[in-house]
Design a protein around this ligand. Structure first.
Ligand SMILES: Cc1cc2nc3c(=O)[nH]c(=O)nc-3n(C[C@H](O)[C@H](O)[C@H](O)COP(=O)(O)O)c2cc1C
Length: 204
């Protein structure tokens, strides 16, 4: 499969099989994360791999508390989207997935947030290439992770990535992407013709 095909077919997974995997396999996923480019090559990411059952339960409990108030106060369109997608404050995937990768960024260097997110993208793609399902889960407040996982205060957790073998198979038609011409412009905004982007490559 080409990288582009992998990207076309990857979808977030919210249901996981119990089946576990070796540390070596997960380290390969994290190796991809640390290969990401970063502002001034500062490599500000840090990954906490959580496999301990009780710790996963604690994370889920704290996350669900945070989510309940977030869902209560969310604006109407977001509430509707959650409903449409079946997203509730219940975060079963945090205990179902065999492992969680908590990604935090070192906030004392420039571009820490942008760089950390690129690292997350690399992790998602490498995981998909190894047959793993993942989800980018962003609790609205992540400070509970600093406490539970003893992450120093200069590191800000940005996402929890459950990882495991998928127990669901969303088709590439779920959560479809808008057509390329929605996003691409030539020379100035709004100037690309639809016909130019319908092929697989953009001609120079
Ligand atoms: C920055 C970011 C934050 C996200 N936060 C959440 C989240 O908190 N909970 C969740 O269930 N999915 C979350 N997602 C997953 C998105 O909902 C999902 O990627 C998007 O709907 C596209 O679907 P796909 O990943 O299946 O292609 C997040 C994704 C990104 C990139």
């Amino acid at each position: 499969m080409t990288l582009l095909d992998l990207m076309r077919n990857r979808r977030s997974i919210r249901k996981y099989k119990k089946q576990t995997f070796s540390t070596k396999e997960i380290l390969q996923v994290l190796e991809a994360g640390k290969l990401a480019p970063s502002g001034a090559n500062q490599q500000p990411w840090t990954y906490i791999l959580v496999t301990d059952k009780r710790l996963k339960q604690k994370i889920r409990k704290e996350a669900e508390t945070v989510e309940e108030s977030f869902h209560r106060e969310a604006p109407k369109p977001l509430k509707n989207w959650f409903k449409e997608q079946g997203i509730t404050p219940q975060k079963n995937f945090l205990t179902e997935a065999p492992a969680l990768i908590v990604v935090a960024g070192y906030t004392k260097v420039p571009y820490w947030l942008e760089s950390t997110w690129i690292s997350i993208a690399y992790i998602l793609l490498q995981a998909a290439s190894q047959g793993f399902g993942t989800l980018t889960y962003t609790p609205s407040d992540t400070s509970f992770l600093n406490q539970l996982l003893k992450i120093p205060k200069d590191y800000q957790p940005v996402a929890i990535i459950p990882i495991g073998y998928p127990a669901e198979k969303p088709s590439p038609e779920t959560r479809p992407r808008k057509p390329l011409e929605t996003f691409v412009h030539r020379d100035k905004y709004g100037s690309m013709h639809v016909s130019e982007t319908t092929g697989t490559t953009l001609t120079a």
